[in-house]
Design a protein around this ligand. Structure first.
Ligand code: ADP
Ligand code: MG
Length: 727
């Protein structure tokens, strides 16, 4: 048994694993020690410069060159003291990774330890050779010039002796080539719109920040097994594999004891995260075998996004030390749960109020209701756009399957809130007396008390209210959270603006402020009604009902189109989040990425089918043929009966492997034909319509074959091996 599969299993069984060398002492003694955070800035910057940087962070005031020079100087001294030799602008181009180009602090010409000046210029701006980042036709490659610029609102940090400076990435013509630029713009837009609405309730509110806490789900696979699965290596998911007899049926994995090897890995990456100021809080097993989750304490949206990306790269790196591979793919294994990245988000004021949490009195509760209905209406008005923001080849395999919310946006408000919304709708439909108004306010004032025991949490909803925040559960585990958050914040900016204008209009007409606010709250409740759904989001009935309500379930390539509807372009442009050209670019990149992924998967399936599976089937066939021949020689009269089972298996194998071979050839032909389609969007659509079903078809046949071929012959690590508890 010297096949790759058995060698890998042997390697896994015989290898020893390093124990993490963990720091002693309290986390607080080293939390954030590799970050140029507030404390470090206080120490390394003059108080005047420190104040200016804080103003830039809090109010977005620009930092001038002399200040930038001084920040750079302080940052450099700090970084070099900590052993850094290089610096880089760290940014998020429109693919699924981060980009960095390291430049040394050392001046190579001087040879000795002579530090090149790290100037404000270098801090503020870096010009990477950007020609090969995806730009969706935004830049012609011959003028491949984009530059990265420092984002002071996310602190610089050191990893692997390199000072990383979180940056935006824009074209020389100003268009955003990254995720960070538009999320900063969207946070800014929602800040303004939210402050305007808060002004109805509290004049002290001058700033509203978006908060975000992303739960990160992932799978772990032993490195040796991973290396023996070409599909995992090349596509991040298994493209074939018969389900194991036992996977998640017994629900014995979820929140069970974490295997020691995995816990060692977790402790190890958590420590690295703490050093970088990532406030990881929870870790637990997830539903599927070898699936886990971690979640940090929420932070300001922009920082939370940077931290999530950093977390993923730390996890990948640390996993290697433990001979593990982390899978961030949305659906690495068919038949068991996929992985998501739930975006928990809310809005918080400078006065310390969480705008999506019920308040302490009728006034703050009314404010909460105002924000609540604005979110509902945003989901109603721009639900398709929100779903488009999470559409990807990976998420296509997850959404709507095995306990993942379907690709239809609905909102779960919970019993308390539903009752409240319904009662406001009913009561306010007629003119209220003063007493009735007081009663309504009292009723509203009671929200927090009732909320306490409102613990029913519907896990089947893609967008749920969870007591003091909303949780968008559709985003896939590999996504950059900026994508969904840009869509959500833009949509909410729009409804908050509408809310404010509608109230103002009523006040102008002589309505009292309170009454005007209640009227608009009611209007929003009525207008957004069809997006509220409390039932089982996984059920067939819901699919039908959603259709009747006019809520759309879209194919992936259809969803991408949401980025280019005139109505969506208008809202993005109105709030200066993304302009038409930037949207066009994103649309193209989404299509192109999707197309490439399906294309790669199709090629890998074909390779494995033709070069691993079919030859294996033939080898086993020959063995069976030999056996049957032998039986015939010895028992010429009775062999048909004696070899009945072998003959049946032989026939089955011949048929399946023949079909697998033919389907693979047919798939190549289809690809060849589709590759002639000039337009990338059309090509992506055709791949979704024609190639994806063929991949699934071939997979189905291979999985059936796996069940009839002798286990010793099977070349690929099986599901039961990949999903066996790591120990
Ligand atoms: P669950 O698994 O019960 O949904 P977790 O504890 O795994 O919850 O994750 C909840 C996430 O929501 C955490 O990251 C938490 O910090 C975040 N969160 C809590 N309150 C807020 C808030 N006001 N704004 C944004 N995120 C929040
Ligand atoms: Mg959770």
């Amino acid at each position: 048994m010297d096949s790759l599969r058995f060698k890998a299993l042997e390697t896994m069984a015989s290898r020893s694993y390093p124990k993490p060398v963990l720091k002693d002492g309290k986390v607080s003694s080293y939390f954030g020690c590799d970050v140029f955070g507030k404390n470090q800035m206080k120490e390394y910057l003059s108080s005047e410069v420190y104040k200016k940087v804080m103003a830039a962070i809090n109010d977005g005031t620009p930092i001038d060159r002399t200040i930038a020079d001084q920040v750079a100087e302080g940052m450099k001294i700090w970084a070099i003291e900590k052993g850094a030799t290089h610096y880089t602008h760290w940014f998020q181009p429109l693919n699924e990774s981060t980009a960095e180009k390291h430049d040394a602090f050392l001046d190579p010409h001087l040879g000795e330890q002579s530090f090149e000046k790290f100037s404000g210029n270098m801090l503020a701006q870096q010009e990477p050779d950007a020609s090969s980042f995806p730009s969706g036709g935004l830049r012609n490659t011959f003028e491949a010039r984009g530059y990265s610029a420092w984002d002071p609102s996310s602190p610089a940090f050191i990893t692997d002796k390199t000072l990383c400076i979180p940056s935006i990435f824009v074209a020389y013509t100003g268009e955003a080539l990254d995720f960070k630029t538009p999320i900063l713009r969207a946070m800014n837009a929602v800040d303004k719109a939210a402050v305007d609405v808060c002004q109805f309730f509290d004049k002290d509110v001058t700033k509203v920040v978006t908060t975000l806490g992303c739960e990160q789900e992932y799978f772990l696979v032993d490195e040796a097994l991973y290396n023996a699965r070409p599909d995992l290596i090349q596509t991040g998911r298994t493209l074939m594999g018969h389900t194991a007899a036992k996977d998640q049926q017994l629900e014995d994995h979820y929140w069970g004891a974490i295997p020691e090897r995995v816990e060692d890995f977790m402790k190890d990456f958590e420590e690295e995260c703490f050093r970088l100021g990532i406030p990881l809080m929870t870790r637990h097993n997830e539903v599927a075998p070898n699936q886990f989750e971690c979640a940090p304490l929420f932070e300001e949206c922009n920082v939370a996004i940077d931290h999530n990306i950093l977390l993923m790269s730390i996890m990948r790196k640390v996993a290697n030390r433990h001979h593990l591979k982390v899978l961030f793919h949305e659906k690495p294994f068919a038949g068991v749960n996929g992985s998501g990245k739930h975006c928990n988000w809310s809005l918080a004021t400078n006065t310390g109020v969480n705008l999506l949490a019920p308040g302490k009195n009728p006034k703050t509760n009314t404010q909460f209701l105002a924000f609540f209905v604005c979110v509902l209406k945003a989901c109603h008005d721009r639900g398709s756009l929100m779903m488009a923001s999470v559409a990807s080849a990976g998420n296509a395999c997850r959404l709507g399957g095995n306990e993942a919310p379907p690709a239809i946006l609905s909102v779960f408000a919970g019993a308390t809130m539903n009752e409240m919304l319904d009662s406001i709708e009913k009561r306010l439909s007629k003119k209220l007396t003063t007493d009735q108004k007081t009663a309504l306010k009292l009723h509203i004032g009671k929200i927090p008390e009732i909320m306490q025991d409102n613990t029913d949490r519907n896990r089947t909803s893609p967008f749920a209210f969870t007591g003091n925040r909303f949780e968008f559960r559709a985003p896939g585990s590999s996504t950059n959270c900026a994508l969904p958050m840009i869509a959500i914040l833009t949509a909410v900016t729009e409804t908050l603006t509408e809310f404010k204008q509608a109230v103002d209009r009523l006040i102008e007409k002589g309505e009292k402020k309170d009454e005007a606010i209640f009227k608009v709250i009611r209007q929003f409740i009525v207008a957004s009604k069809k997006v509220r759904f409390e039932g089982n989001g996984y059920s067939e009935e819901w699919l039908r009902e959603a259709g009747d309500r006019g809520l759309r379930s879209m194919k992936m390539t259809e969803a991408f189109g949401e980025y280019l509807t005139e109505d969506n372009i208008k809202v993005f442009e109105k709030y200066h989040v993304l302009n038409r050209v930037e949207l066009q670019a994103r649309y193209e990149i989404k299509n192109e990425t999707y197309l490439k992924k399906v294309q790669i998967e199709s090629r890998v399936v074909e390779d494995i089918a033709k070069n691993h599976i079919v030859p294996t089937a033939i080898k086993y066939q020959n063995l069976l043929i030999e056996n049957i021949k032998g039986l015939k020689e010895i028992f010429p009269d009775r062999y048909q009966q004696l070899a009945k089972n072998e003959l049946e298996v032989l026939e089955n194998i011949s048929m399946l492997s023949g079909e697998i071979y033919e389907s693979s050839l047919a798939m190549t032909d289809v690809r060849r034909r589709l590759n002639k389609i000039e337009d990338i969007v059309e090509r992506a659509k055709s791949y979704e319509a024609e190639v994806v079903p063929m991949i699934d078809l071939i997979r189905g046949k291979i999985d059936r074959l796996e069940m009839v071929v002798d286990d010793e012959f099977w070349p690929l690590i099986k599901y039961r091996e990949l999903l066996a508890t790591l120990s």
